[in-house]
Design a protein around this ligand. Structure first.
Ligand code: DX5
Ligand code: ZN
Length: 220
């Protein structure tokens, strides 16, 4: 039995009613709010950035602002995201030739440090940093868009990562991002996941708060 953290992804929210969407999150069992930043270079899409996050983070109450950077050269912006209210900052291994340095920078800035891996990226790129990490984000779709289908091979990757983290004595959390539904949440958690990101599953639901509670119960 695992204490599951639910992290709704703001990418799927109604941007014309962000205040109401955040109020729903505030009143829900979500533990984190997941914020997807895309640059149109690392991924083939552009989302939102600093001005949106700095306003949103001011009205989020008692939730971790979990910023997922799908951008090249994330080191240039780490401090600005900290100042905008990010509590945890996740960078992509594929975008960081100096991953170890980038992780230290994030921690030095006082944030939790995460590394994200695309579906094709093997876990071994984490071997020499696993004890420095607060979070590993496994992409279960190719990053860039919400509403895609969960790639089944991810379950094997989660089990391997769980073992890698436990063997290393690392306290890193495992976060799964992309295609998470109420139907597949149980097996994703059983494989060893701590944090479930959910965009469309939450925000296109008739009762988003109820869906957040259902995802939270995936561990029990
Ligand atoms: C995809 C983003 C995800 C996305 C997930 O590139 O990193 O966080 O918002 O959306 P769903 O849950 O709809 O797959
Ligand atoms: Zn994300």
């Amino acid at each position: 039995k695992r204490n599951v953290i639910v992290a709704p992804s703001l990418l799927a929210a109604n941007f014309l009613q962000l205040d109401r969407e955040i109020e729903m999150i505030n009143n829900s069992e979500a533990g984190w709010l997941h914020l997807d930043v895309m640059d149109g270079r690392f991924v083939p899409n552009i989302s939102f950035g600093l001005p949106v996050i700095s306003q949103v983070s001011k009205i989020v109450k008692n939730k971790v602002c979990d910023v997922h950077l799908m951008i090249l050269e994330p080191e240039k912006y780490a401090e600005a995201f900290r100042d905008a209210g990010a509590h945890s900052l996740t960078v992509h291994a594929e975008a960081c030739p100096h991953l170890h340095r980038n992780i230290q920078q994030i921690k030095d800035l006082g944030m939790k440090a995460g590394v994200a891996l695309n579906p094709h990226t093997p876990l071994n790129v984490l071997e020499n940093v696993i004890n420095d990490l607060d979070l590993v984000l496994i992409m279960s779709v190719n990053p860039g868009f919400g509403g895609q289908k969960f790639i089944p091979h991810t379950l094997t990757k989660i089990r391997q990562l769980r073992k890698m983290i436990d063997d290393a004595g690392s306290s890193a959390l495992i976060e799964i991002d992309g295609g998470v539904t109420v139907a597949n949440a149980g097996e994703i958690v059983a494989a060893g996941t701590d944090v479930l990101v959910a965009g469309n599953t939450v925000f296109s639901a008739a009762d988003p708060k109820a869906v957040i509670s259902q995802l939270k119960k995936a561990g029990s």
